[in-house]
Design a protein around this ligand. Structure first.
Ligand code: NOJ
Length: 565
């Protein structure tokens, strides 16, 4: 396996709107990130993934871009951006930008032109189709954010495709001009000094020819989830290959694709270190362990997740990437509920369970991602009113579920509390002053009321805090090659509470023992794990050096990592 800096790195995602506000307008900004550069250095992360900061009307918080080469007014200026890049580089931290090129904003000049007339030069930059003879949409695809994926435009009497909101028209990647313009824009950023890209929904850029109807998964709805036609289309690999040739291969950068519904063999091919196109992808299979299978709407119908299933999925992804592919490791980002509330316990066992989940993500094979506030164990939030929420997905879903699907307000709020994206988007809790120190103004979304107990200031000064535990995990990755490069072997695959594995490379071995729940299961050392000496590298409870580990009882959410010789 080749050594690569992006395999050894820990990535930290900044969602700028909610990170830190420097000017009191209630919205995080670039100067706010610069103010926290020392914090990021102290934590020890190597790479910042910055969610979109480009010009945008903010229908989807910056994932609707109206100018790829300008900074959003609320976030600052291009000078601020240059200053941020320098501030990070001065501290040895790299910066990767979000690349959102499946779609633009409807305010992007390309779309503004495109919708003017059928014969203008930008018409074919987007996906326009005639209505069906009865005037209805060209096909039955549902948008990710409720309703049809098509919007009618009476200027030219055609529909345009939008997989996300109707203000996020999909670009037509079949058009060479579109691809050329995207590559030009990427080159422009790389020449400005960015260290790579996180590629938004990148496996959606090639759609099935003819855009056929999707099969019916939800008989109660007119519109159907169409991943079989918009994800992993026939020209996806060709487009990525072209992007690599034209742009990526000329720079020493890191690339990660966001790829829901990507088959595992395609992920392997896509990330092959010789012939692939991207360094790694975000797979989504493990994000569905607590969702009802079926449609994307399954996200709102949750189920109790089971540890053996998580092990099965993660082990499969590890094995499949072996020998030249690479994984990314995450439970959190700006689209997912908070991991400690979802997979841990955000009450009685808040601290041990947050550390347990961290131990897991930082000792599997792959590049770990930390989402802002995760290093503090930030939790989900329960705002009582729908008006307290900001996310377009939440608002559209609320309308659909209360108006069309017959759910009560209370029922829908429960779904939002469990799964809604705004759980991840409440401001970072810096200290126990008003608004958690995020802003001196009125925050664009309310702060989680638990900021008085959970905040960075308190945790930085507490040696036993979640923050300091993350710091130690990140340090360990720098010290122990085996954490980065060791092969992974799972033990006790069917155990419902314990997740046990080893990592081995060049005669070094790690033994990771994780109790994922609040019970106190017994651990028996598997017979084929033999050693002379053991060193405890990290754990979330006090453990005696002399303790014999051939059999012992774990405490709730206990995590231990041993190095064996
Ligand atoms: C995935 C992004 O992570 C999400 O936040 C966004 O809404 C969609 N892509 C559309 O860009």
């Amino acid at each position: 396996m080749k050594r690569q800096w992006w395999k050894e790195a820990v990535v930290y995602q900044v969602y700028p709107r909610s990170f830190n506000d420097s000017n009191g307008d209630g919205i995080g900004d670039l100067q706010g990130i610069i103010e926290k550069a020392d914090y990021l250095q102290e934590l020890g992360v190597d790479v910042i993934w910055l969610s979109p900061v480009y010009k945008s009307p903010n229908d989807d918080n910056g994932y609707d871009i109206s100018d790829y080469q300008q900074i959003m007014d609320e976030f600052g200026t291009m000078d601020d951006w240059d200053e941020l890049l320098d501030a990070l580089h001065d501290r040895g931290i790299k910066l990767i930008m979000d690349l959102v090129v499946n779609h633009t904003s409807d305010e992007h000049p390309w779309f503004v032109e495109s919708r003017q007339s059928k014969d203008n030069p930008y018409r074919d930059y987007y996906i326009w189709r005639d209505p069906k003879p009865d005037g209805s949409e060209p096909n039955n695809w549902v948008s990710f954010f409720s309703g049809s994926a098509w919007e009618y435009d009476d200027r030219t009497n055609q529909y345009f495709l939008h997989l996300f909101t109707k203000r996020q028209p999909d670009l037509n990647w079949e058009n060479t001009e579109v691809r050329n313009d995207v590559y030009k824009m990427m080159t422009w950023w790389l020449d400005r000094g960015v260290d790579g890209f996180r590629m938004d929904v990148i496996n959606n850029i090639s759609k099935s020819p003819g855009l056929p109807d999707a099969s019916v998964k939800d008989p109660d709805s007119d519109y159907q989830f169409a991943a079989e036609h918009f994800a992993n289309g026939p020209r996806l690999m060709e487009f990525l290959g072209e992007m690599k040739e034209r742009v990526l291969k000329h720079y020493d950068i890191m690339t990660v694709g966001e790829t829901a519904f990507l088959p595992i063999d395609s992920a392997r091919k896509m990330t092959d270190e010789n012939d692939g196109f991207l360094n790694m992808v975000f797979q989504f299979e493990h994000m569905a362990v607590d969702a009802q299978p079926g449609t994307h709407a399954g996200k709102w119908e949750t189920r109790q997740w089971e540890l053996p299933e998580l092990k099965r999925i993660m082990t499969k992804w590890d094995k499949e990437m072996e020998g030249g592919g690479w994984n990314s490791l995450y439970f959190n980002n700006h689209d997912q509920p908070r991991q400690v509330s979802r997979f841990g316990d955000d009450k009685q066992y808040h601290k041990p369970s947050a550390k347990l989940l961290a131990t897991y993500l930082h000792t599997m094979r792959g590049t770990p991602y930390i989402y802002q506030g995760e290093e503090l164990g930030m939790t989900n939030v329960r705002f009582p009113s729908i008006e307290d929420y900001r996310d377009v997905e939440i608002h559209n879903m609320y309308k659909e579920y209360t108006k069309e699907r017959g759910f009560s307000h209370e029922e829908v709020m429960k779904k939002i509390w469990t799964t809604g994206r705004d759980n991840a988007r409440t401001p970072v809790q810096w200290d126990d002053s008003e608004n958690g120190g995020f802003t001196t103004g009125t925050p664009w979304i309310k702060v989680n009321p638990n900021y008085r107990e959970i905040n960075a200031k308190q945790q930085m000064s507490d040696p036993d805090s979640i923050f300091n535990y993350y710091k130690r995990l990140i340090e360990l990755r720098k010290q122990e090659d085996v954490i980065v490069y060791g092969s992974y072997e799972l033990y006790m695959a069917d155990h419902e509470e314990l997740y046990v594995y080893t990592r081995s490379v060049n005669g070094e071995k790690l033994l990771v023992i994780l109790n994922f729940f609040a019970g106190e299961p017994a651990f028996q050392l598997p017979e084929d794990i033999v050693f002379n000496h053991k060193t405890l590298l990290i754990s979330n409870y006090e453990v005696k050096d002399s303790e014999n580990i051939s059999s012992f009882t774990l405490r709730p959410y206990e995590a231990r990592v041993y190095k064996l010789n």
